[in-house]
Design a protein around this ligand. Structure first.
Ligand code: ATP
Ligand SMILES: Cc1cn([C@H]2C[C@H](O)[C@@H](COP(=O)(O)O)O2)c(=O)[nH]c1=O
Length: 232
């Protein structure tokens, strides 16, 4: 499908955001399982990646190979990966009425390349306009955790043998600033973003996320749940 021929959106698009090791991938798995258990069609996906073309760009971006090109070029390549992901995975799923639960999305570019890379917000808005266009999240869950705790979790998951990737390898000050950048995004868009305390157990975080979805999506729009349940 070409970028200009995106299908109308009917499913619900939820993104999970936050710094390294806050538990995004874990919570994507919990949420997809819980939605599917209720008969709601839902798929997990991630950025960078989520489509064959974007996965190739993921390897390049996370290897650090193009770090020297600078944050502006990195932002453009993350956006190119996002465009392929939207065209081949996200937009078709939403058009089919499937919920899309995505580990990172455009807020990661705003935080990492924008706030931390010092890019002009106008440049990022223009990039989003041509890549994300109408495929904006209905709800963004920002998992919040002290940076040192998240980095320790990420290091434990990775194991001693494997090296940290391009961004995980940045210093603690970078990751503390990143946490603040995500909280600023949440404060600027409270109608879309909800901050979740990620210091709780996996099960407690999963329940907090479910309560948010029930409140924000199901209670607010009962028709949405009925539609999702009956695969309209
Ligand atoms: N609530 C939690 N409490 C303790 N450990 C957790 C919790 N959630 C996830 N973990 C563990 O922390 C590690 C990182 O979790 P996960 O991969 O889900 O984080 P992430 O935010 O996707 O990380 P990254 O951005 O670095 O890919 C994993 O080993 C996971 O099992
Ligand atoms: C989408 C996106 C991601 N990043 C960074 C953030 C992380 O360090 C990596 C992705 O690794 P993960 O283990 O899958 O979380 O990429 C970024 O800098 N900009 C982006 O737009």
């Amino acid at each position: 499908m070409s970028h200009d021929a995106r299908l109308p959106k009917r499913g619900t698009f939820i993104t999970l955001e936050g710094g390294e090791g806050v538990g995004k991938s874990t919570q994507v798995r919990y949420l997809v399982a819980r939605l599917q258990a209720r008969g709601i069609k839902a798929i997990p996906t991630r950025e960078p990646g989520g489509s064959p073309g974007a996965e190739i760009l993921r390897d390049i971006l996370l290897s650090g190979m193009i770090k020297d090109l600078g944050p502006k070029a990195e932002a453009i390549i993350f956006a190119a990966a996002r465009m392929d992901h939207i065209d081949h995975t996200i937009a078709p799923a939403l058009a089919a009425g499937t919920w899309v639960i995505c580990d990172r999305f455009a807020d990661s570019t705003r935080a990492y390349q924008g706030a931390l890379g010092g890019l002009d917000p106008g440049f990022l808005r223009a990039l989003e306009r041509v890549t994300v266009a109408d495929t904006r999240p209905d709800l963004t869950l920002i998992l919040d955790l002290p940076a040192d705790v998240g980095l320790a979790r990420a290091a434990q998951r990775r194991g001693a043998a494997e090296a940290s990737d391009r961004f995980e390898g940045e210093g603690l000050a970078f990751h503390e600033a990143l946490r603040k950048a995500y909280l600023a995004i949440a404060a600027a868009e409270p109608e879309r973003c909800v901050v979740v305390d990620a210091s709780q157990s996996e099960e407690e975080v999963a329940q907090a996320i479910w309560d948010t979805i029930s409140h924000r999506l199901f209670d607010a729009e009962p028709a949405m749940q009925a539609e999702a349940l009956h695969g309209a």
